[in-house]
Design a protein around this ligand. Structure first.
Ligand SMILES: Nc1ncnc2c1ncn2[C@@H]1O[C@H](COP(=O)(O)OP(=O)(O)O)[C@@H](O)[C@H]1O
Ligand SMILES: [Mg+2]
Length: 577
């Protein structure tokens, strides 16, 4: 195993700390399995020499007793060993899965914008399953087969060390081809897992975009695309299967050479009087008993390689630094009035600068509208307030406190956001509204819905607030979903409100209603509002106009119109129609 592989395996083993008891029970049971095999091999000798050769018939009645007794001891030990070690393996995987989930959910948005959910899910489900299967088998194998091998080796050497030594030189030659096969398996499993992630991605895309596919009648094309990916996946699996399947036969053929040599030499030793018949059969019995454990152990190598391949990906995810986290000594944010200021903020997602030297200020209780062409950086500004990302330079202050120096939980508690992507969980409407304040009473939920003008349509649903929202909330219209999201933000009751195209999915009539609801909501709160329709932001206290990541103008509606700059241009485009 490579150095890196050893490290990964060691790290995997650190997870076994919590289930040491189970492992110990399993080790003890392994002794039972090994002992019964070794005893069986050892007993061959007296039975052959005294019963078969010397004809002591009084031993006959002992044969069934020994056979049954040893089989029972071995069976019970095997059960105990396997049960405890496999449950230990599952507990370990449970821990790893929990760690993975907790770690990934805490990663910054930068990570999530790089990786789609398919490969991420594949790590938490598939890769962990691969590790689980291998680790369980490896633990079972190394313990039980390893101890059995040691015990049988003892019996064989005790029987005749010359024959055994010779067998030990000849037989392990079989292990060599297995190791090169193992390397290949590792390589293809890795690519196979990647291909599986790709497959998951296609599925996810297709089913979530099923409406678009139907609308454009592109089912055939999607089927072809899926077929291509599926074929790609199969190609990797085919290689894994090939090498996995070759591993046993190659071992068997190689070992038959060894068996032939051992038999030939052993018979010569008996004929020349170097050992008794009983000893020969006992040694050969012990060596034959070694075959299954040795074969299993040889497969361990492949298994370990598979586990390392999967564990590498798992630990890579666990090793992703938490870029957005509480700084040491972070204090809770104290929101006094809710003044938000950007001070020379520079930000980029990648190479290209997205915000360049942005300074702006939202005074307590003010409504600040962010306006500008699409891609200007409006959503990015509010993402920075949320600390989805940290700026490369400059700072963002809330009531004079740098948001990087306060605790994340207190920052989030002071913000409520409604955006274009009206995501709702697969849960009841009431629980969706309650998401930002789990302790809210039913009355408070209804009140929030009422203020968001969502109550009328919710009340008409057969189960009212207890209606389950289906996968991705397909049963609700865009406007209805958006009003639920607004109710969720109202109930959150945070001092700073962010509305990013929050009314874009509404028709003009319900927009008028929701606009009234939002007016209620905005009262006494510092609000950032981004809206495409300029009619909805005309009355803002301050309008900040952005273009290509820079603030190009700021002021009130009339001032900006009089100025005749970009705002006037955008205004003219919208109202000429
Ligand atoms: N997650 C992201 N990763 C990389 N680039 C992004 C990401 N989100 C936005 N951008 C880019 O940043 C720029 C500003 O985007 P955004 O703030 O969403 O604009 P707006 O909301 O004004 O339409 C655009 O060029 C966009 O392509
Ligand atoms: Mg946007």
């Amino acid at each position: 195993m490579t150095n890196k592989g050893t490290q990964i395996y060691k790290r995997l083993l650190t997870y076994t700390r919590s289930c040491r008891g189970r492992i110990i029970v399993s080790v003890i049971a392994s002794l039972g399995v090994a002992g019964s095999d070794a005893a069986a091999a050892k007993l061959i000798q007296p039975f052959i020499d005294r019963l078969v050769v010397a004809g002591d018939v009084s031993l006959v009645k002992l044969v069934p007793i020994f056979v049954l007794g040893l089989a029972t001891i071995k069976g019970v030990s095997r059960f105990i060993q396997e049960y405890y070690i496999k449950t230990a393996g599952q507990l370990v995987m449970q821990d790893i899965r929990n760690d993975l989930f907790a770690h990934s959910i805490n990663l910054g948005m930068r990570y999530f914008s790089k990786i789609s959910s398919g490969p991420l899910m594949s790590r938490i489900l598939n890769d962990v399953n691969v590790i689980q299967a291998s680790v369980a088998e490896v633990l079972v194998g190394i313990l039980r087969e390893g101890i059995t091998l040691i015990a049988l080796t003892g019996v064989a050497f005790y029987g005749d060390w010359k024959l055994t030594a010779m067998a030990f030189v000849v037989l392990p030659l079989a292990a060599w081809p297995a190791s090169s096969i193992g390397k290949r398996i590792k390589r293809y499993t890795r690519s196979g897992q990647g291909a599986m992630g790709q497959l998951t991605k296609v599925l996810e895309q297709t089913f979530s975009g099923v409406k678009v596919i139907k609308a454009f009648g592109t089912e055939e094309r999607e089927v072809d695309r899926f077929k291509d990916e599926n074929r790609f996946y199969y190609r990797f699996l085919r290689k894994v299967i090939k090498y996995d399947a070759a591993s046993s036969p190659v071992m068997e053929i190689m070992s038959s050479f060894g068996v032939a040599a051992v038999l030939w030499y052993g018979l010569h030793r008996v004929i020349s009087g170097g050992m008794t018949q009983g000893e020969l059969f006992s040694v050969i019995g012990a060596i034959m008993f070694m075959y299954t454990p040795a074969k299993r152990l040889s497969k361990m190598y492949n298994r370990i390689q598979q586990a390392i391949g999967a564990a590498e990906r798992v630990f890579e995810l666990l090793g992703q630094p938490r870029d957005i986290a509480d700084e040491p000594g972070a204090e809770p944010l104290l929101v006094d009035h809710g003044k938000v200021s950007f001070d020379h903020v520079v930000f980029s997602y990648g190479e290209e600068p997205v915000l360049q030297d942005v300074s702006l200020e939202a005074l307590p209780g003010e409504v600040v509208a962010l306006v500008g062409p699409s891609g200007a950086g409006k959503s990015t500004i509010v993402a920075l307030v949320n600390r989805f990302y940290d700026p490369q330079s400059g700072s963002i202050l809330i009531d004079g406190q740098n948001i990087r120096q306060v605790t994340l939980s207190s920052l989030k508690a002071s913000l409520a956001m409604v955006d274009q992507e009206t995501f709702l969980f697969n849960d009841t409407i009431a629980n969706n509204i309650r998401y930002g304040r789990p302790g809210a009473s039913d009355e408070e939920v209804v009140e929030a819905a009422r203020q968001a003008f969502a109550d009328p349509f919710i009340s008409l649903l057969p189960s009212g607030y207890e209606t389950e929202i289906g996968d991705r909330g397909l049963r609700l219209s865009g406007g209805q979903r958006q009003r639920i999201c607004i109710a969720r933000a109202i109930l959150r009751d945070a001092p700073i409100l962010i509305l990013d195209e929050a009314t874009s999915a509404l028709d003009t009539e319900s927009e008028a209603m929701v606009q009234k609801a939002l007016a209620n909501l905005m009262e006494n709160r510092t609000t950032f509002v981004i809206a495409h329709r300029l009619s909805t932001i005309m009355h803002a206290d301050k309008i900040v106009v952005l273009d290509q990541g820079r603030v190009v103008e700021a002021g009130k509606h009339q001032e900006l119109l009089d100025k005749g700059g970009l705002y006037k241009k955008l205004y003219d485009i919208q109202f000429r129609a």
